[in-house]
Design a binder for this molecule. Structure first.
Ligand code: 5AD
Ligand code: SF4
Length: 478
């Protein structure tokens, strides 16, 4: 593994170089197309979080510009798995799918198979691929994704497996092609990496140190997206609350939000993820005052036990977390709160678990992602004693999930009969007389309308809650 940060080129020069490679890739693809008498196809499968989803849009951007067209499934000429490694089962899924791909490749020997993303930053994974999965053509990691055009050329030229993984990088390359999955909404990276080293988490090892983009680059990108029809953006970072601290001219996340809020034509702003330890009063105020910012906060709890939180290296305790929730609710009474919770962290006792259940009941989350602790090699928690037996974890997980679901259903039902703002996103897939939109808290609402309404926010009466979605009716135009 190289820990070198690529070439000495500036971000701009690097982008230019990649456009040159893209031209070269186009020529390869055109020649192959001639030879086969048909278009070449691609399939990009994304595992994991919003960051990976955004990275995949960048990969698709390059593939489409090179001349590939989207395939329906993995029976394609170029298949990419953009992997996640936050939990062990994510890794197992990839190995399982690779088995299928090797069979497809037997039928289409020209097929190119690429693996990238977080899992590739683990040296054991790459060793295993080199040894047992020789049919893979290209392997790269999270830090050099910007040079995919170049790697694509190298892979197309070569008969053997190409592996290019960097340990870290300080480079941010702007303005490469991107193909958005949705026409009306988009993720926008505001920072990369993570410096927090929560003791269970592999992300800081595979995504590297925290790097923030310059605010003017972010604003410019969003303005471009708005011109292109985007009305909702999600600002993405592992810990957006520490955005901007290390820039030459430091700026806070709250300040960035206020700037983004001013962008004309933009309707909604979301962000992900906030770390409770860095949640400032300033940010709460900015959320309250910025009209376009969704009144929704995803605030990962991980555990409700102060003792476990300390061992997790989270830098807050149960009381502090509940205080933050109180503050948020005081300033923004109708705020939607969601969270992430891990069950079965090493040494977690029944008492610790009951503390988590207590926070869940006290906060009343609109929804929560619950995870069974997964041992990630190389993290401090992996070598801790007192790993919890699987049956105990499963029992706690089931109890937690039941509680979370009961509360979430009550919360969803409580909105029935209320008038809420809904952003009209697309025509309903089953019934074209309906529009499908979303509330601030991301819940789906179907209501009568037409395609001219797409991209606008409407006050909608939530007539009926159907569990995961609502049926509604516009009450009056804005
Ligand atoms: N085991 C289980 N869940 C984890 N997460 C991160 N690392 C682990 C792990 N080792 C969860 C956290 C985080 C979410 C993205 O994934 O809850 O917030
Ligand atoms: Fe992982 Fe903690 Fe960083 Fe989130 S803040 S990515 S849980 S180390």
């Amino acid at each position: 593994m190289r820990d070198f940060e690529g070439t000495n080129l500036t971000g701009k020069e690097e982008a230019q170089l990649q456009y040159e490679y893209l031209e070269k890739a186009k020529a390869y693809v055109a020649a192959k197309e001639q030879e086969k008498g048909r278009k070449l196809t691609y399939c990009v499968q994304t595992f994991g979080c919003q960051m990976n989803a955004r990275d995949s849009e960048k990969l698709v951007g390059i593939l489409e510009q090179a001349g590939y067209v989207e395939a329906e499934d993995e029976h394609a000429d170029f298949v990419i798995y953009n992997t996640c490694t936050v939990r062990e089962n994510a890794n197992n899924k990839v190995y399982g799918r690779l088995g299928y791909l090797s069979n497809y490749k037997k039928k289409n020997p020209d097929m190119m198979i690429t693996l990238c993303g977080c899992m590739m930053q683990e040296p054991e994974v790459v060793e295993k691929l080199k040894k047992s999965y020789r049919f893979v053509n290209l392997v790269f990691g999270t830090h050099n994704i910007y040079k995919f055009a170049e790697l694509l050329c190298r892979a197309l030229e070569s008969d053997s497996m190409i592996v290019d993984i960097w340990k870290d990088t300080d480079k941010i390359v702007e303005d490469l092609p991107v193909k958005r999955k949705f026409s009306f909404k988009s993720g926008v990276n505001i920072m990369f990496g993570c410096n927090n080293f929560c003791s269970y988490c592999i992300v800081p090892y595979v995504r590297g140190r925290e790097r923030s983009r310059e605010p003017q680059d972010i604003i410019r990108e969003i303005e471009g997206l708005v011109k292109d029809g985007v009305c909702e953006i999600m600002l993405l970072g592992q810990n957006v609350n520490s955005y901007g601290k290390n820039l030459e001219q430091p700026i806070t996340f709250a300040e960035l939000l206020r700037e983004v809020d001013k962008i004309e034509g933009l309707k909604r702003i979301r962000f992900m993820t906030s770390h409770p330890k860095d949640l400032s009063d300033d940010l709460i105020l900015a959320m309250k005052e910025c009209k376009k910012v969704c009144k929704h906060m995803h605030l990962p709890l991980q555990s409700g036990s102060s003792r476990i939180l300390k061992i997790m290296n989270r830098h807050y305790n149960k009381e502090r977390y509940l205080e933050l929730v109180d503050k948020l609710r005081k300033e923004i009474p109708d705020i939607a709160l969601t969270t992430d919770i891990i069950v079965g962290f090493p040494g977690e006792t029944e008492e610790d678990f009951l503390e988590t259940m207590d926070v869940v009941k006290k906060v009343g989350y609109d929804s929560a992602f619950t995870f069974i602790y997964s041992k990630r090699t190389g993290t401090p928690a992996a070598s801790m004693e007192n790993q919890i037996p699987a049956d105990v974890v499963k029992d706690r997980f089931d109890r937690l999930l039941k509680e979370v679901q009961t509360i979430a259903t009550d919360k969803a039902m409580a909105l029935e009969g209320k008038v809420m703002n809904v952003l009209a996103e697309e025509l309903n897939e089953q019934d074209a007389s309906l529009i499908t939109g979303r509330l601030d808290n991301n819940s789906v609402v179907h209501f009568p309308g037409n395609k001219d309404m797409i991209g606008q926010i409407y006050p909608v009466l939530l007539k009926e809650c159907k569990g995961f979605y609502y049926l509604g009716e516009v009450v009056s135009n804005e």
